[in-house]
Design a protein around this ligand. Sequence first.
Ligand code: ADP
Length: 526
Amino acid sequence: MKTMRRTKDKNQNKKETKHSSLVIRWVSIVALTIMVSFVVFSVVIYSFVGRQSIAQQKVTSNGMVVKLNDSLSPISKELQIANVVPALTPSARKIMQGDPAINRDDHKSNAFNDDLLASLTNPDLNVVVYNLEKEDVFDNGNGNSLPPFKKFKNDYHMEQVHRGHRQELLTYQKVRSIRTGKVTGYIVVANKMSYYNGLMKNLLKWMVRISLIAIIFFTFVAFLVVYDIVKPIKEISKVAREVNDDPNSTARIKDFHRHDELEELAVSFNQMLDRMQRYIEQQKEFVGDVSHELRTPVAVIEGHLNMLERWGKEDPEILSESINASLQEAKRMQHLIQEMLDLTRAEQINVHYPNEITTVSEVLQRVVGDMAMVHQDFKISLDMDDLPQDTEIQIYQGHLEQILVILIDNGIKYSTDRKQMNVSAGLSQDDVQIVVQDFGEGISKTEQSKIFNRFYRVDKARTREKGGNGLGLSIAQKLVTSYHGQISVDSVEGQGSQFKMIFPALSKQQAVVLRKRAQAEKSKQA
Ligand code: ADP
């Protein structure tokens, strides 16, 4: 026993863990989504900023190369220290020599200007001029090591290289003499891109930091949100388990005070449990009622058979009496079984007769006519003055007939001296109203609320005499409500009863839709 309980507990724990795994799964998904979004976002931003920044650095390097080339291309001979240094630094020398007269407008005769000096002193740019033998003839001294010379095909070449964790931009330019067009040397500009490298490093650092903070923050928020959702689900499943273990359990989900779908779910779930338990209860009652109802005819038949066995075999009078009585009881049983079947079927209307349409006046005329024919001692009147002839309602006509037969039959069964009944029908707004009125024994106020219950009879013995099982009104009510109608009773004891039904009338369009659906259903079945 103990081990069994332990396994049960274990199973329950297992189920519990499954719920917490839902939290983990949801939170992981949220965290992963945020992480991926941040990574994608960071990559896009990083590469965009990187590309913009590199483009700027390229402009700086190119500007340097162009300025140098402009200064060196007037030299016709191969580039040497002797001709490069004066070409690049004449003014500096003049300044050092104390000559203030710098002819700023004379750009053509002297390629040097302040701009070049400013560029050469840019600590990011390491400028080297090589001669044809690849020996350096000029170096602005901004690098620890000179950028290596590299063979390149065209006059101009640019490449981005890695130096440790840093990126460098190398620009190569062949210097051609303006006069001869021959190559006189090479310019190599190495751009250390300190701003770019610093910017990218910082950007990366901040992006990682922000991403980490965002992931932690959003994961925490996601956890709170998911936990908030999972908690009620856990509560719902706990109640479901309790009811599963004990179908009679009164456990219900507490009010979540959330005003959202989960609260709706909880309310529906509670309603479902109530309904389920009501069904179970009704089912139990039904089985009890049925066995109780069947016990009497079976006992009567058994009694007669016993009597026959003991004395009846030789006595033709007892024999015939007992056989007749048994046959009558068998018939009653058959009737009871048929009514019970009708009652069960009345609960499945929407499955079997979803699109049926009936013209009310036709059915009323037929049923009232038939009943008047069978009970000729009765005067059954039919008043349809307020009912347009083509008024239709959504009901299977066999069922409307059945309801009317039950009500008229009851009126006749429970009649007194006044052998009269009135059946009337009318259309008011969108409702069809059918009233079956008798002037019989009537029903007291307290009984009125019970007569629609299964197997309920006001006077059991008398009703049994009249062949009633107490199922007629239950069947009628089930049928009426299954077709979205209502049935009610108004009665005064000793004066008579009035049973009123209300059905929603079908508009022309609704009737067309239902007919089409019925047609489609029929062709599908064929
Ligand atoms: P039954 O088959 O016994 O008539 P019903 O469900 O039709 O079962 O009716 C239940 C009980 O309600 C009847 O036993 C009867 O006592 C009472 N009842 C029903 N209809 C009428 C009526 N028109 N007048 C008086 N009593 C009625």
